[in-house]
Ligand binder design. Structure first.
Ligand code: NAP
Ligand code: ZN
Length: 346
């Protein structure tokens, strides 16, 4: 067993505390990673606060992991000691089903193993990246390109792939008008990636407070959704809208911004259901879709794409003692644009 330092939470209303957790001894295909940085995703907050359903505490969240390989199992072929690597939202899947064969392990028919709040194939609860070390089977480890610093790379492992995947799938590119709702962790990655893909990008944020940043990240236009004029002006305008908002919003108002045959893809995952007025879809033969992270192969593609286009996350590095404060600031939409924990402060 390997002992790791961690930050854990004991219940939905608790704060984080220092903890020691154990990681399994390396199996033949396992990689031991010394974690250097872990991003704070809004999903960590939904989960830690029990908003998505019951979880087993103590819980160590964190699925935006960047670090260095410090040991490998006897049959590992993909990685060696010293490699710069990342781990995202999954640490395993059956590897055998139709979806795993397609490289879409997130849709594993036998259920992928989430990086935290799951149970691994050994029957042990999984614990995430707010910790000094993690052991992961090599097929669920990705390589971080040399020109992306590890702290700025960490958020790509969830925020990056979760936005890259639908932008890729629904064809964001030249001649396409793409809107991003919410300029937070996911949103600021969506803007950079859609811009790099060649699309015309619009940010739909609650206010104009972050307009300058949005334009710098690559947006062509920026509107406040608190201004009802925005919805009149942009009616029927977008081929693709990516909704990254973590709370319940009036989604029907946004359907009205789609072209005929346009698609709104929801990646935001509020606990409360959204209510859909079907007439706002029927009226323009519009689609409402969802998307869950991305497969491992696509995650590597995303990292290589980001490296090629000089894209990374804009981050605020915090110490392990600032996690509670960071959660409060994320909940207040006061994040520019991802908090990343410096694991050396554990
Ligand atoms: P985040 O950093 O908190 O960003 C969310 C943004 O939404 C905020 O910055 C804010 O942007 C906007 N917003 C927040 N509350 C709002 C409200 N009440 N009304 C309107 N807009 C509001 O969160 P994140 O880490 O990007 O995650 C966003 C959501 O995606 C979460 O629900 C998370 O669980 C989910 N998620 C899903 C997947 C997936 O695979 N589908 C993966 C990762 C995360 P403005 O200030 O610009 O308005
Ligand atoms: Zn996440």
């Amino acid at each position: 067993m390997i002992t790791a330092k961690a930050r854990a939470i004991d219940g939905p209303n608790n704060t984080f505390r220092a903890a020691e957790i154990t990681r399994r001894d390396l199996d033949l295909h396992d990689v031991l990673i010394e974690i250097k940085y872990a991003g704070i995703c809004h999903s960590d907050i939904h989960t830690a606060h029990g908003e998505w359903g019951a979880v087993n505490y103590p819980l160590v969240p964190g699925h935006e992991i960047a670090g260095i390989v410090t040991d490998v199992g006897a049959e590992v072929t993909k990685y060696k000691v010293g490699d710069r690597v990342g781990v995202g939202c999954m640490v395993d899947s059956c590897g055998d089903c139709e979806n795993c064969h397609k490289g879409e392990e997130q849709f594993c028919l036998n259920g992928h193993v989430p990086t935290y709040a799951g149970v691994d194939k050994y029957g042990e609860p999984t614990q995430g990246g707010y910790s000094s070390h993690i052991v992961v089977t090599e097929n669920f480890v990705v390589r971080i390109p040399d020109n992306i610093e590890l702290d700025k790379a960490a958020p790509l492992l969830c925020a990056g792939i979760t936005t890259f995947s639908p932008l890729n799938r629904w064809g964001a590119g030249p001649g396409r008008k793409v809107a991003v709702i919410g300029l937070g962790g996911l949103g600021h990655m969506a803007v950079q990636i859609a811009h790099a893909m060649g699309a015309e990008v619009t940010v739909l944020s609650q206010t104009l407070n972050k307009k300058e940043d949005g334009l710098e990240l690559g947006a062509d236009h920026y509107y406040a959704t608190s201004d009802s004029g925005t919805f009149k002006k942009l009616a029927g305008h977008f081929d693709l809208i990516i909704n990254t908002v973590s709370a319940k919003i009036d989604i029907n108002a946004y359907f009205g911004l789609l072209t005929v045959d346009g698609t709104l893809v929801n990646v935001g995952a509020p606990a409360e259901p959204l209510s859909v007025n079907v007439f706002s879809l029927i009226g323009g033969r519009r689609s409402f879709a969802g998307s869950l992270i991305g497969g491992i192969r696509e995650t590597q593609e995303m990292l290589d794409f980001c490296a090629q286009h000089n894209i990374a996350s804009k981050i605020e590095v915090i110490s392990a003692d600032q996690i509670d404060e960071a959660y409060e600031r994320v909940l207040a939409s006061d994040v520019k644009y991802r908090f990343v924990i410096d694991i050396s402060t554990m």
